[in-house]
Write a protein that binds this ligand. Structure first.
Ligand SMILES: [Zn+2]
Length: 272
């Protein structure tokens, strides 16, 4: 199987695993018509291909009604019966054998609660059963290649609904919780908050503090850069570039604030 297709199939199966609870070994429900088709593929190991197609371990199964249908085909189909016998027999509780299609419909039911992967050829049956969400289907295409169908509309709809459900649940969990309430210690600082409010106008205080702190920080940075500057011209250039922008502004601010010595910073921007 080509890499691209293998990847696509893996993604498709991941959907069934993630949303519908599928687990390996995947239970492959074999239709009688599927086995007839599989018997025609002489040069491929059909049994192995089942696992390759769903990209995982498989447990092929066949119902009493489906194997009955193969017996009724007569001697020519004995080799297909033999193929079917490799699969595990799945009880369908049809005392009298019913048409294979009807049997498989009963097995899948409304919701495919036993999480079967259906392997059938009958297109009307596939269409009919695609109303059940979470039913992977594989069949042989016209060229005899075993293909896994893309997820049905019902499947996609159920997946979206499940995701939507999870989202709403998440939103509900957050109801009534204030932003920041999940921060460590957030339940204590009511006192701290009150204290803050009691202090002087935070705007005026903050502004000065920021300018001073930034000034100090910049000064330290400048000193470090001047030290490095001796090593080469490139650094000097970079620094000069900055000096004309942010550094110059900072210096002007420091001067305006009543002057912390400019020292190295000034030296730096004037050199060269
Ligand atoms: Zn049956």
């Amino acid at each position: 199987m080509r890499q691209k297709r293998a990847k696509a199939y893996k993604r498709v199966m991941a959907l069934y695993v993630g949303t519908f609870g599928f687990r390996t070994p995947y239970q492959i429900l074999l239709g009688d018509d599927f086995l007839v088709e599989a018997a025609k593929q002489k040069d491929v190991d059909w049994w192995k291909m089942l696992g390759t197609t769903v990209q995982g371990e498989v447990k092929p199964m066949i119902t009493q009604c489906c194997i009955e249908a193969l017996y009724r085909k007569g001697k020519e189909f004995q080799h297909v019966v033999d193929m079917a016998k490799r699969a595990e027999r799945r009880k369908c509780n049809h005392r009298e054998a019913v048409a294979p299609g009807d049997c498989l419909k009963d097995m899948v039911g409304e919701t495919n609660k036993h999480r079967y992967v259906l392997a059938v050829q009958s297109q009307p049956l596939i269409t009919n059963l695609s109303r059940a969400p979470g039913l992977p289907v594989m069949h042989y295409n016209a060229r005899g290649v075993l293909v896994l169908s893309p997820p049905s509309t019902a499947t996609i709809r159920a997946k979206n609904a499940a995701e939507e459900g999870r989202r709403t649940e998440g939103t509900k969990l957050l109801e009534g919780i204030k932003d920041g309430a999940n921060v460590v210690g957030a339940s204590e600082p009511q006192e701290g908050r009150r204290r803050k409010v009691q202090g002087p106008n935070p705007l005026s205080v903050k502004k000065k503090k920021v300018v001073e702190e930034e000034g100090k920080k910049r000064k330290v940075e400048e000193e470090e850069e001047v030290g490095e500057e001796d090593e080469g011209r490139r650094k000097k250039k970079r620094k000069r570039g900055r000096g004309k922008g942010a550094v110059a502004t900072a210096i002007a601010e420091i001067n305006a604030a009543g002057g912390i010595g400019m020292g190295a910073a000034e030296e730096g921007s004037e050199s060269d």
